[in-house]
Design a protein around this ligand. Structure first.
Ligand SMILES: NC(=O)c1ccc[n+]([C@@H]2O[C@H](COP(=O)([O-])OP(=O)(O)OC[C@H]3O[C@@H](n4cnc5c(N)ncnc54)[C@H](OP(=O)(O)O)[C@@H]3O)[C@@H](O)[C@H]2O)c1
Length: 303
């Protein structure tokens, strides 16, 4: 079985190459192998590879930059997934695509189910929602996996940014009114492999699934947990920043953020028996793999 993975250098794409290897021959592509901004490039890459499975890990993921590049973000997140789904259908291949809980406005007091009405508050969320709809319109055998706050040892991401700044500054101000479920890219990749091991279920159960680490936390609490874990792993107790709670209003960014994003993941557990571990366990496992005191200054801004 050939498994095509566009986005090979991204957080999830990188981890998928290892997680999917036991399932078949992984053909991982970067932008030069498949440019999601070019429908021709997408069709050509898929027709050349003739995959039985496509796992799309590529996407326009810079939430703030999307506000000033809405056309490109729509091409990559909104239009390209539909083309991939059409090509997958033509080949009778399974198509797996990652979407986001940013399709919601974050105003609900309870966890969002897959049946709740999406109402994105920024360009990124609108383009990802368009991608979901394009896949649904194309049909075929597909899973749309709505993930949440992804991080890995490869950045840029929130975890690496906090680790870097926590050693460089006495105090960090982090928003306390945004809630989510931080998810290690490796856990997401392994869950994707687990879903593909139940491949025979996918034709009957194509659709949208929420998939993220168990539990939820605020950005502020998450930053505190990152620093506590880093202290424990490094054995260095001194020289770390204090974490101060602020509100999103006090930290304006180009793109608005949904605030209370907790997703209900019962559906993926019920249909496929797949469930991720708690976010705090995933964070510990990720940090154990890197030197939490040695994050380069070029790690970049987090998402
Ligand atoms: N990060 C999060 O917090 C988060 C949360 C929920 C859902 N998701 C979704 O999960 C998926 C994977 O996220 P991630 O965090 O692994 O993303 P990532 O680390 O930003 O990687 C995205 C990849 O997409 C590639 N890409 C961007 N534009 C492209 C284009 N025009 N053609 C081909 N490739 C292109 C990038 O290539 P270059 O390396 O060349 O730039 C990069 O390798 C995305 O669909 C994202 O929307 C992410």
């Amino acid at each position: 079985m050939r498994i095509l993975v566009p986005g090979k250098n991204g957080q999830v794409g990188w981890e998928l190459q290892t997680a999917l290897a036991p399932l078949g021959t992984v053909i991982a592509l970067d932008r030069s192998g498949m440019d999601l901004a070019s429908p021709d490039s997408i069709r050509r890459a898929i027709r050349d590879a003739q995959p039985g499975i496509i796992v799309n890990a590529a996407g326009y993921t810079n939430v703030d930059q999307a506000e000033s590049e809405p056309e490109l973000a729509m091409q990559v997140n909104g239009i390209a997934p539909g083309i991939m789904a059409e090509e997958a259908k033509r080949l009778e291949a399974v198509f797996i695509h990652y979407s986001t809980d940013y399709v919601f406005d974050g105003g609900l007091e309870r966890p969002y189910t897959e049946d709740d009405l999406p109402r994105p508050v920024n360009v990124y969320g609108r383009t990802k929602l368009a991608g979901e709809r394009a896949i649904q319109t194309a049909g075929g055998h597909y899973l749309i996996l709505r993930a949440s706050w992804i991080y890995s040892a490869r950045g840029p991401n929130f975890v690496l940014t906090i680790l870097r700044l926590a050693r460089a500054r006495p105090e960090l101000s982090v928003v306390a009114d945004q809630t989510g479920s931080p998810t290690w890219a490796r856990a997401l990749a392994q869950a994707t492999a687990a879903l593909l091991r139940c491949q025979e279920l996918i034709p009957r159960h194509s659709g949208i699934y929420h998939l993220a680490a168990a539990g939820h936390t605020s950005r502020h609490e998450f930053a505190g947990a990152i620093i506590r874990e880093a202290q424990a792993i490094s054995g260095i107790a001194e020289g770390w920043a204090r974490v101060k709670a602020i509100t999103s209003d006090q930290y304006p960014l180009p793109a608005a953020r949904p605030l209370n994003l907790v997703t209900n993941r019962d559906k993926v557990k019920k249909v496929f028996g797949v469930e991720l571990t708690h976010w705090s366990d995933q964070l510990r496992s990720c940090l154990k793999e890197l030197d939490p005191t040695a994050q380069p200054a070029a790690a970049g801004a987090g998402r």
